[in-house]
Write a protein that binds this ligand. Structure first.
Ligand code: LLP
Length: 417
């Protein structure tokens, strides 16, 4: 994981030892590397050099304000999926014209707010939504910029819960319906058709699904334009995987070199290209530091019980996801095999299984690649306050989110009279 390295055995994020951060802020603690995020962004920027392109961070991956601010300052737009994400993006200083709004269930109130804010594009996912968006925009005296999310029907070869571009998924409109739906959209008075959108899934580690999806989308662009609906942009979604363990995802710049060759071959290089990367911008930029509470060796399994749990790190419980787990201080003793588990009262509350670790109670461990879909998916299950977050820049660390308190959790509740 770039920008996480050891000095004298001590795990550092950039210039800061993680152990010092754990001492200062307590655990569980999310630690992010600013350089790692900007490097990940730079790989895409290199891929699009000299092009008319827009990178919209899919903020569902990590929506902490300071991180959004970092990407906004670096020129990113944002892919949002709720009114809540819109307010976060605006609060972080996002340029509204660079915000695109995805998701199958936008409410009228969310549409109104996004129209008022002047967002760049609505990625519409159904015909019913087209009608409602058109009516909502008309009532406000404006035209909503839209692209329609189409399902290229390619298998991204990833976990079924995070495959989204197949028939039978709830997302987008079917490939074979696309031309008809575009004609319909172009006829609605409250809409202005500006582009086409797709997103085939997440944690994609092979090139071929992307290359296939691009062919299918470019076929559609030709067909839609031939039907008299010009498209100014192609939004190719997000989904590029990161290295968690054994995965070997393609590099963003190399992948885009190949994808852009396809675009150019069709003479479509003049269109604006948009992407919605989430995980690949932040996933490997974060780690979650946790403390070993108890060791519980057993007949069948040895359990290493830590103070982070499925409410902080939900990916193993939800997707059987693998995250590397490393001691903050390289250990001298012999390693044993442990299941690293949290305090939550569910057997599904595990963070890593069968890990070789030399650990003792009181040690700190780092759960790696925890920058994406961890804090943003954290919950308060078991009345566990959410962790604190720190952003490291060189040898400076900034607290970007205070640890939640139990009082925070009870704030909106009322006892019976
Ligand atoms: N665009 C759309 C329309 C999406 O639905 C998503 C992710 C993205 C972009 C960003 O995809 P990324 O570049 O991050 O792969 N919680 C799961 C991942 C869910 C992804 C949902 N959609 C996980 O932890 O693996």
């Amino acid at each position: 994981q770039p920008h996480f390295h050891r000095e004298d055995g001590a795990l550092h994020c950039e210039g800061v030892p993680l152990a010092a951060l754990a001492r200062e802020h307590g655990t569980p603690l999310f630690v992010y590397s600013k350089a790692s995020m900007l490097d990940a962004l730079a790989a895409y920027q290199r891929g699009f050099a000299g092009r008319n392109a827009r990178i919209c961070f899919a903020m569902k991956a990590n929506s902490s304000l300071a991180i959004l601010q970092l990407f906004a300052r670096a020129g990113c737009g944002f892919d949002i999926v709720s009114g809540g994400e819109l307010e976060r993006a605006l609060a972080a200083g996002a340029d509204p014209s660079r915000i695109i709004f995805s998701g199958v269930g936008k409410t009228r109130a969310e549409m109104r707010r996004a129209l008022d804010a002047g967002i760049g594009c609505f990625n519409v996912e159904s015909e019913a939504e087209l009608e409602v968006l058109s009516a909502t925009a008309e009532a406000g005296g404006v035209r909503a910029p839209v692209s329609i999310r189409v399902n290229p029907d390619v298998d991204p070869k990833t976990h079924p819960y995070i495959s989204t571009g197949l028939k039978g998924n709830k997302f987008g409109v079917a490939h074979e319906d696309a031309v008809r739906v575009y004609r319909h959209a172009a006829s609605l008075p409250g809409l202005r058709v500006v582009g086409i959108d797709c997103h085939i899934g997440s944690q994609i580690t092979e090139e071929s699904p992307y290359l296939d999806a691009m062919d299918r989308i470019l076929d559609l662009v030709q067909a839609i334009e031939a039907a008299g609906v010009p498209l100014a942009h192609i939004d190719f979604g997000g989904g590029l995987g990161i290295l968690y363990g054994e995965d070997t995802p393609p590099a963003a710049d190399e992948l885009w070199h190949k994808l852009l060759a396809k675009v150019d071959a069709r003479g479509m290089g003049g269109k604006t290209l948009m992407i919605e990367p989430g995980r690949s911008l932040v996933g490997n930029a974060g780690a979650c530091v946790t403390e070993v509470l108890y060791l519980k060796p057993g007949e069948k399994k040895n359990f290493c019980i830590v103070d982070a749990a499925m409410n902080d790190l939900p990916r193993p419980a939800m997707y059987q996801a693998f995250h590397a787990i490393e001691p903050l201080q390289a250990a001298e003793g012999p390693a044993q095999t442990w299941d690293v588990v949290g305090p939550v009262c569910e057997s599904g509350d595990w963070i890593g299984r069968d890990r070789a670790l030399a650990v003792a109670a009181g040690d700190n461990l780092a759960v790696m690649s925890a920058g994406a879909y961890c804090m943003s998916m954290a919950s308060n299950y078991n009345t566990r306050p959410r962790a604190a977050e720190v952003l490291v820049d060189g040898d400076r660390a900034t607290l970007i989110r205070e640890r939640e308190s139990v009082q925070d959790l009870m704030l909106r509740e009322r006892l019976l009279p």
